[in-house]
Design a protein around this ligand. Structure first.
Ligand code: SF4
Length: 381
């Protein structure tokens, strides 16, 4: 369970005023004494993620956020971090250490965009009939059931939904080059392979050098390639072979495919001096032919024939000054939850800043855009 990537677990944020009993409640839910529990105001420094297997639902991550109304000197940073965690959560537990909602809670609830549950804590002191108590254990199991109910409503999206059926032959193309991690496949490849096995499809996985051999005597329902070799793979495959990329499939799963496809059109209208933000959702060591730092800028400059300025952001940082960018290129988001990615896309949409993803950008610059989106849109371009 601890090995389930964060991006595949539902995230649940505990929010409330200082000393509402969030940390104690988290400990009572997960049954371990791992979060910091103290009566001193504001001992929870940052959002602390705790992986947990919730019976009836599956793997989730609970985040204990810093208490609001915190007057310590670190408060602004901590409050900012708490807000970000709450914004990205699939479910928010609003913890209230009293019998009724106060003004703060009423205002706070208006700002929550995700589903939420109001939890009256300290029922042993305030005797709320539907409250929870971490001292007596009252209401803890019922609260877990409510969490499961709220989150179980959302159907879990599948990467290959509507694209592959049982017994379909699917060709995966995964280059094992300098940028491939030693001794293992990368997360998107593993997840897609697992989904293919789950639906009893017939996957074949090869490196680009073996594509011609693989398609010699076999017809595949779909071929899925790493974006970096999409052009050469497209040339090697028969014209009628359906082809898409790992990155495009993750863009569809994690983001808003229509918005990404729309954003890709901006590539045709870039001007000299336009600023482009490349957003990679995790930090990693940079390679010689790093996709964000080298490949994308090179491809875009060659395709657009413009003098473009590139900025890069990594990990959980996503800049606030998005309006200064002509285009945002987002990675496949394999380490982000759907909610985290959608929060970013919504920000771009609200500011009218086009956003697309790496896979669509590479395919556009390589002249295979129409071919690789056809399996998703179903439209012959
Ligand atoms: S940069 Fe994005 S796509 Fe690449 S591994 Fe990190 S989260 Fe996944």
């Amino acid at each position: 369970m601890e090995n389930t990537p964060k991006s595949l677990r539902k995230s649940i944020a505990l929010a409330g005023k200082v000393n509402a009993g969030k940390s104690s409640l988290l400990n009572a839910i997960i049954g371990q004494d791992l979060a910091i529990v103290s009566d001193a105001p504001g001992t929870t420094n940052d959002a602390v993620g705790k992986a947990f297997e919730l019976a009836g639902l599956g793997p989730v991550t609970f985040y204990d956020t810093a208490g609001f109304e915190d007057e310590t000197s670190l408060a602004p940073m901590r409050i900012e971090a708490a807000k970000k965690t709450i914004e990205n959560a699939d479910l928010v537990l609003v913890v209230v250490a009293d019998n009724k909602l106060g003004l703060w809670e009423e205002d706070f609830i208006k700002t929550i965009k995700s589903p939420f549950i109001i939890v009256y804590s300290k029922a042993d002191i305030y005797h709320h009939p539907e409250g929870v108590s971490t001292i007596t254990g009252q209401g803890i199991e019922e609260l877990k059931n409510k969490i499961v109910e709220k989150l179980a409503d959302e159907k879990e999206a599948k990467i290959l939904d509507g694209l592959v059926n049982s017994k379909d032959k699917v060709l995966l193309i995964a280059p094992i080059d300098k940028s491939a991690p030693k001794g293992r496949l990368i997360l998107p490849q593993v997840q897609i392979l697992r989904e293919l096995l789950d639906i009893n499809a017939l996957p074949t996985i090869v490196q680009p050098e073996e594509v011609k051999d693989a398609v010699k005597d076999t017809t595949f329902s779909l071929a899925i390639t790493d974006s970096r070799v999409v052009k050469e793979v497209a040339e090697m495959l028969p014209k009628k072979q359906k082809l898409t990329t790992f990155s495009i499939l993750f863009g569809r799963l994690k983001g808003d495919f229509a918005e990404y496809a729309k954003g890709a059109a901006k590539i045709d209208n870039l001007k000299d001096g336009d600023k482009i933000l490349i957003a990679e959702a995790c930090s990693h060591t940079t390679e010689e032919d790093d996709i964000a730092r080298t490949i994308l800028p090179k491809l875009l400059r060659a395709y657009a024939k413009k003098d473009l300025v590139f900025n890069i952001c990594s990990g959980k940082d996503f800049p606030k000054d998005l309006e200064s960018y002509a285009l945002i290129l987002h990675c496949g988001s394999c380490m982000l939850t759907v909610k985290e990615t959608m929060v970013r896309i919504e920000k771009c949409k609200s500011l009218n800043v086009p956003i697309t993803n790496y896979g669509l950008t590479i395919s556009k610059c390589q002249g295979v855009f129409d071919r690789v989106i056809e399996p998703i849109t179903g439209k012959k371009q």
